[in-house]
Design a protein around this ligand. Structure first.
Ligand code: UTP
Length: 294
């Protein structure tokens, strides 16, 4: 039987964003801008580029602004149309045209595994790509495309991986690697946030997953793990131990982490230098500014 093609992406956006307080009292972390575009839109655009036609956003009651961002705004559209401002009109319509957006609520931020579990009904028995909105992958290095190709060929679980310095593995989920074929590595086991000296490898799981429908049953049986949260790594480990094939794609391209303040500032500067309108003058200014610091 041919494998179901992945057509749905789930993007969890129901966390508390405590590292970005106080702004996250009122603005969801996922809407913080890279120049003037929310980080979340970059990730929805990545899903759209990879022919994922349905995007499931996991939100909570404090995140109404996320739904508003992806909804049409007829009044503003009318004002811009009257001024014949086609550029602004295109930018405000862009997000809504990327995919069919669905929302589900996670009542309490009980962890990434629990956030993903909220997508079960909308996944409707099919596989799901999960994209974390604080992990931006440069569009020139499409990791997800490679991961979806591995899923088409081999099924099971497919994870995005990066090779990190050993001291940093404690911040990530980590895999025990098996055989590898170029950048594709078989996964024999997984562990969340290991101590560096005990970590089975330096291959860290980043925010891109392709998950088979069996993940939902595994999540139902997953107890809170590291940090008291329902960990997706624990549910995946259970599937792997029961014989589910799992592979990772080791990513060596450009990635921008927007999950904490320092990384977010780096991402804004890096992507700011490539911005279609302000990139060139910003880069020229940045060069002079940095010279002034030396
Ligand atoms: P993070 O751990 O980076 O987000 O989760 P957070 O918990 O909001 O951040 P801090 O640590 O308090 O600053 C990665 C993604 O998973 C979502 C978050 O919204 C974020 O986009 N998430 C996390 C959920 O949707 N639900 C959860 O229970 C946890």
């Amino acid at each position: 039987m041919p494998r179901d093609r992945v057509t749905k992406a789930l993007i969890p956006a129901a966390g508390r964003g405590t590292r970005f307080l106080p702004i996250t009292k009122v603005v969801p972390k996922e809407l913080l801008p890279i120049v003037s575009t929310p980080a979340l839109e970059f990730v929805v655009a990545e899903a759209s580029r990879n022919r994922l036609t349905d995007v499931i956003l996991v939100v909570n009651e404090g995140k109404a602004a996320i739904a508003d961002y992806f909804a049409p705004h007829p009044e503003l559209e009318a004002v811009l149309a009257a001024k014949n401002d086609q550029t602004a009109l295109a930018t405000i319509k862009r997000a809504a045209n990327l995919a069919t957006i669905h929302e589900v609520e996670q009542l309490e931020p009980r962890g990434l595994g629990d956030a993903i579990a909220q997508g079960e009904e909308l996944a409707a028995g099919g596989p799901l790509a999960v994209l974390l909105p604080d992990d931006l992958i440069d569009e020139r290095d499409d990791l997800l495309e490679q991961m979806l190709a591995v899923y088409d060929e081999r099924g099971g679980i497919v994870l995005g991986l990066i090779d990190v310095p050993r001291a940093e593995i404690r911040k990530y989920g980590c895999i025990t690697p098996g055989d590898s074929d170029g950048d594709v590595v078989a996964i024999k086991d997984l562990v969340e946030k290991p101590q560096p000296e005990r970590a089975p490898s330096t291959l860290a799981i980043i925010g891109r997953y392709v998950l088979p429908p069996e993940i939902f049953a595994a999540l139902r049986e997953t107890q809170p793990g590291a940090g008291g949260e329902i960990q997706i790594t624990d549910a995946m480990r259970q599937l792997v131990r029961n014989g589910m094939p799992a592979h990772g794609v080791v990513f060596r391209g450009r990635r921008y982490d927007t999950g904490d303040r320092l990384d977010y500032m780096r991402a804004v500067v890096q992507l700011g230098t490539r911005h279609p309108q302000i990139g060139a003058p910003f880069t020229a200014w940045l060069r002079e500014y940095v010279q002034g610091l030396e």
